[in-house]
Design a binder for this molecule. Structure first.
Ligand code: SF4
Ligand code: SF4
Length: 433
């Protein structure tokens, strides 16, 4: 994993080797994809199940992990011809979960499939669990079998376009080239999301590139709630929060992390925008427990406030000062008895975001898309940036290492096409075919 540049493909980008510590009793292969319109992991499971299972077996053997589950939403498992409890290999089973948002969140998923709660700020390994995204496990298999580093990315191309696709592209391919190759345009009054409509971010297709954590490119009209909320400035969000919150507490009542017993209360964060006297150290620290699902805003708040945006501002301060909430060994947390009936159905969530009408089953394109230029970023993962080890003018071939791992938690980078290096700096390497 370390040598081949494998990082969490589900969006976080945590170097995967960093999770593989002793003591795990369960490997969870996360193929939940709880964000609407996403079919990347679904397609991977459909097309490459045996590779994912082989990757899981390799991880289990290396880490002495006796059991693994492939976690899927029940309705998707059914479409794939898989059923809850189905044995895929020795110690590897299918586990289905209900169609709930945000079930792909590691903390929610682990509680759902094991009944054990990860204490706030603790890692899954404290409950003897390791979670990897399905594509991460697939990449591990490719690394072991073919000595192939991470040089390609699986993506959903979807949204308000005639046909949706799942494609494979070289890491570093320009997003404009991906859209051109699939005949997709971003018309006036539309935006492009990198990621799902809830947690994704609006990106500029003309200047951005595919990185190891890119999971979907969605073309969405700019007048639906999913986009309108993201286009407001932080100042507008804060002004709204400070002016119209009626402290109904609905945002807290519906927060999936709060329902798990975490001391996260978004209504109090919103209240703190009115008066700094409300800003206790405990309140500010609790911001680090938010998973940015946006249920508190788009679903819960009847005033159009986004508590998540307020919380993100606190998170920035915490990150800058390297502070986070970490529960002590003796602290106890209790899952709310209301959780079962307050969990948000994904179909409802899709409606609230205004994207339900764009949900269509994608066409899988098995041939990798080609391009004549890639831009490999040095920070595609959490941790230290990679350090270039090639120079302008060098000739490189597909799969050749072009950047070493940085100091500490980090991974190397590899050429995703063969060609000449035309640009190198601390942040990126450009290769032309
Ligand atoms: S749901 Fe909206 S109005 Fe109610 S407490 Fe939360 S932010 Fe305030
Ligand atoms: S975004 Fe809102 S609902 Fe989601 S975890 Fe954070 S505070 Fe809770």
């Amino acid at each position: 994993m370390q040598k081949n540049g494998i990082v969490g493909a589900g969006g976080a980008g945590f170097p995967s080797y960093g999770k593989l510590t002793d003591g795990a009793e369960l490997l969870v292969i996360n193929a939940i994809e709880c964000e609407p319109l996403m079919y990347t992991d679904y397609t991977l499971v459909k097309e490459k199940l045996s590779d994912i299972v082989a990757g899981a077996r390799a991880i289990m053997e290396f880490g002495h992990i006796p059991n693994a589950i492939l976690a899927l939403k029940a309705y998707r498992a059914k479409t794939l011809g898989l059923s809850d409890g189905q044995q895929l290999d020795t110690g590897v089973k299918v586990k289905t979960v209900p169609n709930i948002y945000p079930m792909g969140d590691e903390v929610n998923l682990i509680y759902q499939v094991t009944g054990n709660l990860i204490k706030p700020g603790n890692l899954p390994i404290t409950q003897k669990v390791i979670v990897y995204n399905a594509e991460t496990v697939y990449n591990t298999r490719a690394a072991i079998r073919d000595d192939q580093p991470v040089v390609e990315k699986w993506l959903t191309i979807g949204g308000d376009i005639p046909e949706a696709y799942v494609v494979k592209v070289p890491v570093g391919m320009r997003i404009s080239d991906v859209l051109k190759a699939t005949g997709v345009e971003v018309p006036e009054h539309y935006v492009m999301f990198d990621g799902g409509p809830s947690m994704g971010i609006i990106k500029n297709p003309a200047s951005d590139v595919v990185v190891k954590t890119t999971k979907a490119l969605l073309i969405l009209p700019d007048d639906i709630p999913a986009v309108v909320n993201k286009q407001r400035t932080v100042e507008e969000h804060l002004r709204l929060a400070a002016s119209v919150c009626c402290q109904c507490t609905r945002c807290t009542d519906m927060c999936p992390r709060h329902l798990l017993g975490y001391p996260l209360e978004p209504h109090k964060m919103v209240r703190a925008t009115l008066s700094t006297a409300q800003e206790t150290p405990e309140l500010i620290r609790s911001a680090s427990l938010c998973c940015s699902c946006d249920i508190c805003g788009t679903f819960a708040c009847c005033q159009g406030i986004s508590p998540m945006t307020v919380i993100k501002e606190y998170k920035k301060i915490l990150a800058k000062n390297k502070i986070k909430y970490v529960a002590g060994p003796d602290e106890e947390f209790h899952v709310s008895p209301d959780r079962d009936w307050r969990m948000l159905n994904s179909g409802k969530w899709k409606e609230m975001l205004g994207v339900a009408r764009f949900d269509k089953h994608p066409t899988y394109i098995p041939e990798k898309l080609s391009c004549d230029q890639v831009e490999i970023r040095m920070s595609q993962h959490i941790g230290a940036p990679s350090i270039p080890c090639v120079a302008e003018g060098d000739t490189v071939s597909l799969g050749q290492m072009i950047a070493n791992a940085g100091n500490g938690l980090s991974v190397p980078q590899y050429a995703s096409i063969s060609g000449h290096v035309t640009h190198v700096d601390d942040t990126k390497i450009i290769i032309e075919a």
